[in-house]
Design a protein around this ligand. Structure first.
Ligand code: GLC
Length: 446
């Protein structure tokens, strides 16, 4: 929700923390490769922003921080957060139906309101709202029953805590340098809440947010990381822990070039906001979501697609529909998505692509309707067969421009009749004669 220019700052901080040596110095990719495997195969997660901000349908936490509403007015939403129709099984069913392999729920946003029964002296939905129950545990249980991995979003920022320095965009409570004892109290509180989430919910994945307000040493990021891993060595930690996370988290805007990190995840809203906002009807279409998803997977990333349930726990129909359409597409094209590896480098094909793990199957994604033929360049392998995923049809191809004495392979032109095409995005499977071999030269005799 980048509404104000100053919001650029966090993005920069994230880029600095992830894009430079900082991250690799602290977390060596090879040392975490095995625990990252499920994440790398998963491709799709569902992000859920649920909190008291859904009562008035305003920006999550940012609305008071940016002075759109006063803090007392924001907190009055506590009284309206009833979760009356919250059905964690239905949520988990929808996540499963979308094809997602993991889901990440906001256990606490920057407003500090915990969705579980925290034992620390602070706001939670059990004691401060009519919901009067822990909302995290039943959802995690429902996910686990369906074999879906659990993720806990946890905001390091806590703008409602009396010992947290930051509050409104232009006024802070204090400066750490002026009152280290007060900051120490906040650190203790923060560690205690993290310990609660860790022990009670044992998340497979931790999704930190808000690290940009303080340094790694102020957050005690190494300690946070080591405590999480001591309690669950397999836990995955996102890249918003000032250099102590496992993977990068570009937000909202699709990266144009392939991110350099070995693991990354694009988090993206289904309209323009993370939480429920009735005035925001700028919904992404299934076609847009599916093509963005394919683009992420093609470039070695995951998509964490966000939904924002209402205060009563119901999920807006537009979001339900999007997840269902995405799920139907995934069921038809899952072989090309889940458990695959990044596809062809730029220049070989005009569109996303992926490879089977042994790289002997190449999947080509055709966004939109294709009239006629598509082409692959620089493919040294012989193509054994070409099939349309989910439709079964076998397609013919033609090698164009192969010169007998040149090492440069010909162009592979594939006929794609309109009758075999998917309404959103058709996928072709090219079965190759072995692991992928590409020609990367300049043509001619090279
Ligand atoms: C940003 C925002 C936050 C949102 C998050 C999701 O960091 O601060 O409101 O929850 O992005 O990625």
């Amino acid at each position: 929700m980048p509404t104000l220019p100053f919001r650029q700052l966090p993005v920069l901080a994230i880029a600095l923390a992830l894009g430079t040596g900082t991250r690799s110095q602290t977390v060596q990719p090879d040392s975490i490769a095995s625990k990252m495997q499920w994440f790398s195969d998963a491709k799709l997660g569902i992000f859920i922003h649920w909190g008291i901000y859904a009562v008035d349908g305003i920006d999550e936490s940012w609305s008071f921080h940016n002075r759109k509403v006063s803090w007392p007015a924001y907190m009055r939403q506590l009284k309206g957060f009833g979760a009356e129709r919250y059905d964690p099984d239905a949520w988990a069913d929808l996540v499963r139906e979308s094809g997602a392999r993991y889901a990440v729920l906001t256990t606490k946003h920057h407003d500090g309101v915990a969705l579980w029964d925290t034992k620390q002296r602070h706001y939670d939905v059990v004691d401060s709202t009519p919901a009067r129950r822990d909302l995290v545990a039943p959802f995690f249980k429902a996910l686990r029953e369906r074999g879906i991995r659990t993720g806990a979003y946890y905001s390091l920022i806590d703008w409602s805590h009396p010992d947290y320095p930051g509050f409104l965009k232009d006024s802070s409570r204090y400066r750490i340098a002026d009152d280290t004892a007060r900051w120490r109290r906040f650190q203790k509180f923060n560690h205690a809440q993290l310990q609660e989430v860790s022990e009670r919910f044992r998340p497979d994945l931790w999704w930190f947010d808000g690290d940009w307000e303080h340094s790694a040493s102020q957050w005690e990021a190494p300690l946070i990381r080591s405590r999480i891993l001591a309690s669950n060595p397999q836990a995955i930690i996102n890249g918003r822990l000032m250099g102590y996370g496992d993977y990068a988290t570009p937000e909202q805007n699709f990266p144009v070039s392939r991110p350099p990190e070995r693991w990354w995840e694009l988090c993206m809203t289904t309209n323009d906001n993370w939480g429920w906002q009735p005035t925001d009807t700028h919904w992404k279409t299934p076609y847009e979501v599916i093509t963005i998803f394919a683009d992420a997977v093609s470039n070695g990333g995951n998509l964490l697609l966000d939904i924002g349930p209402r205060a009563d726990g119901t999920i807006p129909p537009e979001q339900v529909n999007l997840l269902r359409e995405l799920g139907a597409w995934n069921r038809k094209h899952g072989d090309a998505v889940f458990g695959t590896t990044p596809g062809l480098p730029a220049g070989h094909f005009y569109g996303p692509s992926t490879l089977s793990k042994d790289s002997s199957n190449l999947y080509l994604f055709l966004p939109g309707r294709v009239s006629g033929q598509v082409v692959v360049k620089g493919l040294l392998n012989k193509v054994r067969s070409i099939r349309v995923l989910g439709a079964g049809d076998s397609l013919s191809h033609k090698i164009v421009g192969k010169i007998s004495w040149s090492p440069v392979p010909g162009l592979v032109y594939i006929d794609v009749p309109g009758t075999v095409q998917d309404r959103y995005m058709t996928v072709l499977r090219l079965q190759l004669d072995g692991p992928l071999r590409l020609y990367r030269g300049k043509g001619g005799l090279n």
